[in-house]
Design a protein around this ligand. Structure first.
Ligand SMILES: [Zn+2]
Ligand SMILES: [Zn+2]
Ligand SMILES: [Zn+2]
Length: 345
């Protein structure tokens, strides 16, 4: 490059190499093998791909996985079908038999990773995103930058495939088997929640009662996992559970939003699992501390308003409010121009 080229470069407007740019990788939060990450699941309400199951805390969607062994290029991105668009990658995969492409279900959970991070507002006018300092030297460097604000927490999404999703659901089913009602009665530990009956979600009629049921243990446990037709009102839906506690008279299930979960990844290559950190347990949000901008400890849960958890103000304003809407964040990946750039270049 001659000095003239260099000189012109100095004044050239800063442009993205890729015309269609996806910010989504900046918001991916993944358990890793280095150590447990404290994960708070944020309340969400999504439907599945077919749209027939509502109110799920994660977004189940379709992603393409592109791998070109010659170029050693691996990318994953959204399938157009997730946005009811025609999908160029599907066309390549199915019509052109492009073997470098695969499609899989992915489960996206909105979460916060509770740890020290820096929120970055860069010169490109990108939506602010969060990074962690790799070491002390970088921490000092970030502390001096005006673009970087030190905050406790990072908002994003965990993306889990089928295997890891099942592992997380196992962990969460343990969480929700604990009774929080017990805490009102000064018990040292939480009782176990038991399902005493299944009722109709529409009219409330009892479909199965534990005292009279002829279902065996496994059938009882799985009763809520499929739609049942109510004999009284003919409504067909997932049955509602009626719960009791082994210990207290005011049974209340712990919800997945009531705890911070220390998640770690174990194993390597294709044989990995996600687990609770060794010897660690989920911690209730009313016993968990976060930090304000001055580094002072403050409780994660400020208060409850009805069923709504009001988090610490700093956490809410400096961290959670920066979580982009998942669908708008990822929509660009479903566009033809974006996908062509990955597949053809
Ligand atoms: Zn597709
Ligand atoms: Zn209880
Ligand atoms: Zn009914």
């Amino acid at each position: 490059m001659t000095w003239l080229n260099k000189a012109r470069h100095l004044d050239a407007p800063k442009e993205r190499v890729q015309k269609k740019y996806s910010n989504s990788w900046r918001f991916r939060i993944a358990p890793d093998t280095v150590g447990p990450k404290d994960i708070l699941i944020l309340p969400g309400s999504f439907s599945n791909i077919e749209g027939d199951v509502q109110g799920m805390p994660f977004w189940q969607t379709l992603k393409h996985y592109f791998y070109d062994p010659q170029k050693k290029k691996f990318r994953s991105f959204m399938c157009g079908k997730a946005f009811n668009k025609e999908c160029y990658a599907c066309h390549r995969q199915y019509d052109k038999d492009d073997k470098r492409l695969q499609i899989r279900k992915a489960n996206l959970w909105p979460v916060v990773h509770l740890d020290w991070h820096y929120r970055v507002e860069n010169e490109y006018g990108d939506a602010p995103y969060f990074v962690q300092a790799e070491n002390r030297a970088q921490e000092r460097e970030f502390d001096d930058l005006e673009t970087h604000t030190k905050v406790f927490g990072r908002p994003g999404f965990m993306e889990l495939g089928k295997g890891h999703q099942e592992m997380l659901l196992d962990i969460l089913s343990n969480v929700v088997s604990q009774c929080v009602g017990c805490l009102e009665h000064d018990f040292d530990n939480n009782g176990k929640i038991e399902v005493c009956a299944w009722s109709c979600s529409s009219c409330g009629a009892v479909l199965e009662d534990i005292e009279t049921t002829s279902l065996n243990r496994d059938e009882w446990r799985k009763f809520g996992q499929s739609r049942k037709t109510c004999a009284s009102c003919r409504n067909k839906d997932f049955p509602k559970e009626v719960v009791g506690c082994t210990q207290c008279p005011t049974a209340i299930r712990t919800e997945i939003y009531d705890v911070v979960i220390p998640l770690v990844k174990q194993g390597s290559g294709k044989d990995t699992s996600i687990n609770l950190g060794f010897g660690m347990m989920p911690k209730y949000i009313d016993e968990y501390d976060v930090y304000d901008l001055n580094g002072n400890k403050v409780p994660l849960l400020d208060r409850m308003e009805g069923n709504v958890r009001i988090y610490d103000k700093t956490l809410q304003e400096q961290v959670i409010n920066y979580l982009p809407d998942l669908k708008s964040l990822l929509e660009v990946e479903a566009e033809r121009e974006f996908q062509e750039d990955i597949i053809l270049n």
